[in-house]
Design a protein around this ligand. Structure first.
Ligand SMILES: Cc1ncc(COP(=O)(O)O)c(C=O)c1O
Length: 359
């Protein structure tokens, strides 16, 4: 059997046709009506007032912070377990990140966050890997304490908290559309909000702050964070298949749960409302995890280590604290199995059989 990758983009003939149709149409390639259509489709699905497409998820977090007035020296709580973009966007905005430990859900711990009462201006909550943790409780606490709540939902389009969809919870919520996300357009990101003034700011900064009346006159400082309709053509086609991708993720999880028989690992469970992005397995020790990873690699099956804790990155040393033990340990114990939407039943069967033989 060919090597099985941990994840690959899932592009089919309808996606290719959508991109072909657009490129053949003689349009200007840059951002226009198709981007608007993609923004409307996602905004309506999530029940949000406004959606703003941007070149990637990192820029989406950065612009969310700027629009919310987060700047020099302001304090932003960030979960210690997340992809590096979450904290780098905070640093880019010249704000001070404060690392918060995660709980068993791998999302920011509510208990640990409460210890920061009175000391923070903003929280970035990450529904990591589609898990929702105490997100709704944290959002409520932020609202009561007048703290800006940004939801980095890069992994979680299609997943749900108890009451709301992921992407619908933040004062500002962001999505990412890189090739390993649930839908892709190569690169791409989106910001969602219900606040008109935040939306106006985002549009201004994204489009050179152009005057509405005269095209080369500007109301103030602005930059260019537009995408292209070429990407949006792919994004629209991919978004039409969101339910299919969600079903596929849920079915793959079920398959792994039913067919992996092993006493060296456990498949980390999800709540019924949640949609896994990647399928994570947990081990008792780093030694067993590393042995397992090597064994699968030799058998042509690629896996991926979970993110190292942010506090383990050398360049982030100054943000370390004593209070981050849970997240710092996760890297030693967790691994992501093949999780792509292209994965076939034959491949799944081979993976489960190979895993079940590991001693
Ligand atoms: C949790 C999280 N936030 C933000 C990002 C950044 O998104 P992008 O790669 O589109 O810049 C990623 C990317 O993988 C991510 O996983």
């Amino acid at each position: 059997m060919d090597r099985i990758f941990q994840v690959e983009p899932s592009i089919s003939s309808d996606d290719i046709e959508a991109v072909n149709n657009y490129i053949s149409s003689g349009s200007w390639i840059t951002e226009n009506n198709l981007t608007l259509e993609l923004e409307n489709n996602i905004r309506n699905y999530l029940g949000r007032e406004y959606a703003v497409a941007v070149p990637n998820g990192t820029i989406a977090i950065y612009l969310s912070l700027l629009s919310a007035g987060i700047k020099d020296g302001m304090k932003v709580a960030v979960p210690n377990l997340t992809m590096i973009a979450t904290i780098n966007a905070v640093l880019w905005a010249n704000a001070d990140p404060i690392l918060v430990d995660v709980d068993e859900s791998l999302c920011m711990s509510y208990e640990k966050l409460l210890e920061l009462e009175g000391k923070i201006d903003c929280v970035i909550f990450v529904p990591l890997n589609g898990r929702t943790g105490e997100g709704e409780k944290i959002q409520k606490w932020c609202k009561e304490n007048e703290i800006i709540f940004i939801e980095d939902s890069a992994h979680a389009l299609g997943s749900n908290y108890e009451l709301s969809k992921c992407g619908a919870l933040g004062d500002l919520s962001i999505l990412s559309f890189t090739p390993h996300k649930i839908i892709t357009m190569g690169q791409g990101g989106m910001i969602l909000t219900d606040d008109e003034s935040l939306y106006d700011y985002l549009i201004s900064i994204k489009t050179f702050n152009r005057s509405k009346e005269k095209s080369d006159w500007h109301e103030g400082f602005g930059l260019n964070f537009k995408i292209t309709d070429l990407q949006a053509a792919l994004g629209i086609s991919q978004f039409e298949k969101l339910n299919f991708f969600v079903e596929k993720k849920l079915n793959t999880l079920k398959y792994y749960e039913e067919n992996i028989h092993s006493n060296v690992l456990t498949i980390k469970p999800f709540k019924e409302t949640e949609v896994p992005w990647f399928f994570d397995v947990e081990f008792d020790s780093k030694r067993i995890k590393d042995g397992f990873k090597e064994y699968l690699d030799k058998n042509g099956i690629e896996t991926r280590d979970v993110y190292p804790a942010l506090s383990s990155q050398k360049y982030l040393d100054e943000y370390k604290s004593d209070n981050l033990e849970y997240s710092e340990n996760i890297y030693n114990k967790l691994l992501w199995l093949p999780s792509g939407n292209n994965i076939s039943e034959e491949q799944l069967s081979f993976i489960c059989e190979t895993i079940s033989k590991f001693k």
